[in-house]
Design a protein around this ligand. Structure first.
Ligand code: ADP
Ligand code: SR1
Ligand code: MG
Ligand code: MG
Ligand code: MG
Length: 425
């Protein structure tokens, strides 16, 4: 059931809603101009409705959450997700303003957010990658976004009391339950919502349902997802949640935010870049070959990881050395004046990133698999018109996804992953 007093807006009522609120209306146009405003519903995600409203003074975006999901109206979903999104966007904007849209307004009754409009040439990264594009600053921008938001909400930056308050504030249980189901459970049994390219992938889908090591690995990742409250995650950090130009990158769609394992956000990003890589084989044509884009996609995956590690490590070291670290970065234990402090810090960091890469790769494997065998598919593969070519790209993806899922510790570096990807495809 919906929130009390809730009503779903449409292209007409969204204008009235904004026109009645002076501080919002003036972003779009002067008083009395609203009859001339242009509105379109542009939601292309799985869950919500998104309106762009433009007028003589500019544009805003209105995102509204209904009591069910957009792609399956018989699937109820808490509208509280909209508050989690507003709170998470504000927190991410505090830590990394250049990569997060501003939230202008949150309405708890109508379950909507009014936020900064990211106009063309901004495009959704997944859409642009599917069209063959590249973004020269993506690796650096995503490394910065992840390092600042994940470090800044972890116990390396926060004292225990603040961290516990954050945990209490982001209890996004129903949304987490959705992820637990669609990523870590459904692809490994005959869940009614699953679908795959048929008949080409029938036997592979059946194999996954009888794959003991894959089920064990997916369950271990699910356990960490549910139990490890390491930092405030974006929670749905894929290429469909990025809006980019050549020079800018914005991270949108934070409704899945919760306190979980850092590796889930980073692993999802890695997975989605690899998905674009695998799909490119099925999308290329004689007129538009994609070898250069593929080279960029693997480079960006490696660069993003290394830049992320560098930035996270430097935030951590600075916090310790300057004495403003959180509960797990105390200068009295790990600072330059503590006996063996600097050595201890470096050893801790080396261990942290070794384990983090392993967990990221496991999550990346699970995320690749879910996009082919689970409910929520992606345009990267779905845009491949020839069904056999699509199945071929999906089969290779499943092979690599499974290697990452069940054998993550075998990959000692991101370069080892890239070498494996290029060897298989
Ligand atoms: P969902 O939660 O349903 O996935 P998203 O937040 O991902 O919704 O938004 C769906 C689409 O709406 C995006 O893919 C993008 O095309 C558009 N959109 C969302 N936010 C903005 C924005 N701030 N500026 C411009 N377009 C946006
Ligand atoms: C019903 S699954 C919908 C999916 O879309 C969201 O963007 C998340 O990725 C979720 O898993
Ligand atoms: Mg989305
Ligand atoms: Mg900003
Ligand atoms: Mg969403």
């Amino acid at each position: 059931s919906s929130v009390k007093g809730f009503r779903a807006l449409d292209v007409n009522t969204v204008v009235d809603y904004l026109a009645e609120r002076r501080d919002l209306a003036t972003r779009v146009g002067p008083s009395g101009s609203h009859a001339s405003w242009q509105v379109r519903e542009v939601g292309d995600g799985n869950i919500n409705y998104v309106y762009i409203v433009e007028g003589p003074s500019g544009g805003v975006v209105v995102k509204q959450g209904l009591p069910y999901i957009r792609i399956a109206h018989d699937w109820p979903l808490t509208q509280e997700r909209v508050r989690f999104e507003a709170d998470a966007l504000r927190e991410q904007a505090r830590l990394c303003p250049e990569h997060v849209p501003d939230v202008f307004h949150f309405d708890a009754q109508l379950c909507l957010i009014v936020m900064q409009y990211l106009p063309p040439p901004h495009d959704v990264a997944r859409r642009a990658l599917t069209a063959g594009r590249t973004f020269p600053k993506l690796a650096q921008h995503m490394a910065t976004f992840m390092a600042r938001t994940l470090f800044g909400t972890s116990l390396f930056a926060l004292d225990a009391k603040t961290w516990r308050a954050q945990l209490a504030r982001f209890q996004n249980g129903q949304i987490c339950q959705l992820t637990e189901q669609v990523i870590f459970t459904d692809p490994y049994y005959s869940a009614p919502v699953n679908r795959h390219t048929t008949p080409q992938l029938d036997s592979l889908a059946a194999q996954f349902q009888a794959d003991v090591p894959a089920k064990v690995a997916a369950t271990a990742l699910k356990s960490r997802f549910m139990e490890r409250q390491q930092a405030l995650l974006h929670g749905d950090l894929h290429t469909g949640s990025l809006m980019c130009t050549e020079d800018t990158t914005y991270v949108i769609d934070a409704e899945f935010a919760f306190c979980g394992p850092i590796a889930f956000d980073v692993g999802k990003m890695i997975a989605n870049l690899l998905i674009a890589y695998f799909a490119s084989f099925g999308l290329e044509t004689a007129e538009q070959p994609r070898a250069k884009q593929r080279q960029w996609l693997v480079q960006v995956t490696a660069d993003m990881w290394h830049l992320f590690e560098r930035e996270f490590r430097s935030l951590w070291s600075a916090a310790v050395k300057e004495g403003h670290g959180g509960e797990l970065a105390l200068d009295v234990l790990f600072g330059p004046k503590a006996p063996a402090g600097t050595q201890t810090l470096e050893a801790l960091q080396d261990k942290f990133f070794r384990e983090l890469l392993r967990d990221c790769l496991g999550y990346a494997g699970a995320v690749i698999i879910r996009r082919i065998l689970g409910i929520a598919h992606v345009i990267d593969y779905e845009s491949i018109k020839d069904v056999d070519a699509r199945a071929a790209a999906e089969k290779v993806s499943l092979q690599v996804g499974r290697s990452l899922l069940v054998d993550a510790p075998a990959f000692e570096s991101i370069e080892a992953v890239i070498a494996h990807v290029q060897e298989v495809q």
